[in-house]
Write a protein that binds this ligand. Structure first.
Ligand SMILES: Nc1nc2c(c(=O)[nH]1)N[C@H]1C(S)=C(S)[C@@H](COP(=O)(O)O)O[C@H]1N2
Ligand SMILES: [Mo]
Length: 321
């Protein structure tokens, strides 16, 4: 496949226009469809089809199922847990759309099960496993984490998942492995953002050093709010690394590859000066488009100060000493 990486002058409008201006333009352009959804008064979707539920009720065989896990109280947050309706109604997921309050709707028909995970590269035995077979072998727990997007908005979510370290031990990487690369899916027929932006280097890919991937905070997420994840939140399996900007926390992972060299990553390929490989939350390091000194709670709009490593300094500062 020929991958076309946009040059500086070809960068799409949404990447060079401040988010609020771009979004208000889009809102204007899509006012008719937003009105049809009854969503003009709020950036969040109304309850799905008029029911007072989180916007995830229509996903057929991929619909969220009850899932419970004991909360790990070692990890606490300083703000209230974001409502399920906001955390599953305001999303970044470019495979579907760049319009955050429409992702849930465009992801409804995505088939996130059955789902195969591939493990390859420097491992004792490369293998493939069905995601539910994997989940049955992993110790599930609930962790409330602070999610911080580089666009300077934040949510606090009760994720359900298993430590990435447990999964990596299970993969049996060899001593040659220095990085783990994760890739998402390539399915433009079910993901209109992918078919509308063919010049992007799909599938979405991200990477971590082995030390980062085996840090106690790195969580592979399979559920939230007492259910399996809805499609818009990265079903059936996504990463959450809370000390890094959200773009590192790749959704809908299909592949883990253990490598000697640092892998290329999606947003870094598209706009290298805005999205570095490390992406550690840092209020003192300015970004070309968004000041990182403060962030906005997605639920209330309240502005709060941004903390070094998103408040997780004691767990991760040693990684970068
Ligand atoms: N596959 C994939 N994963 C992705 C993204 C994406 O567009 N595609 N967006 C990232 C960004 S920028 C953020 S902020 C988070 C958003 O996660 P949330 O929608 O659950 O809040 O997902 C990350 N993971
Ligand atoms: Mo993000």
């Amino acid at each position: 496949m020929l991958i076309k990486i946009p040059k500086g002058w070809e960068i799409p409008e949404r990447l060079v226009t401040p988010e609020h201006i771009y979004l208000s333009r889009r809102k204007f352009l899509s006012a008719a469809s937003a009105a049809a959804l009854g969503g003009l008064g709020s950036i969040f979707p109304p309850s799905a089809a008029g029911r007072n539920k989180a916007p995830n009720a229509e996903q057929g065989s991929s619909a969220p199922q009850p899932l419970s896990a004991v909360r790990n109280t070692r990890y606490t947050v300083d703000y209230p847990i974001t409502s399920e309706r906001v955390a599953t109604g305001f999303n970044n997921y470019y495979e579907f759309t760049e319009i955050k309050n429409q992702v849930w709707r465009l992801a409804e028909k995505f088939e996130s099960r059955p789902w195969e995970i591939q493990i390859k590269g420097h491992v004792a035995t490369p293998r493939k496993i069905d995601v539910d077979d994997l989940i049955r072998q992993m110790p599930l727990e609930e962790r409330v984490y602070h999610h911080r997007c580089v666009e300077a908005w934040a949510v606090f979510v009760p994720w359900i998942g298993f430590p990435m370290k447990t999964f990596i031990d299970w993969c049996q990487p060899t001593s040659q492995a220095r990085f783990v690369r994760m890739a998402s899916f390539l399915r433009p027929s079910q993901a209109e953002g992918q078919s509308n932006t063919p010049s992007y280097p799909w599938p979405y890919g991200e990477g971590l050093t082995m030390a980062e991937a085996t840090n106690e905070l790195a969580l592979l997420v399979v559920g939230m709010y007492g259910k399996t994840s809805p499609n818009q939140s990265g079903a059936p399996l996504r990463l959450h690394v809370p000390w890094k900007y959200g773009y590192k926390s790749i959704k809908a992972i299909t592949r883990f590859e253990f490598l000697e060299k640092q892998p290329p990553t999606f947003w870094n390929m598209v706009v290298p000066n805005e999205y570095d490989f490390w992406a550690n939350v840092n209020p003192h390091k300015p970004h070309p488009r968004w000041s990182q000194a403060t962030e906005r709670l997605a639920e209330t709009g309240e502005r709060i100060p941004t903390l070094m490593y998103n408040g997780y300094e004691k767990y991760v500062a040693n990684l970068y000493a």
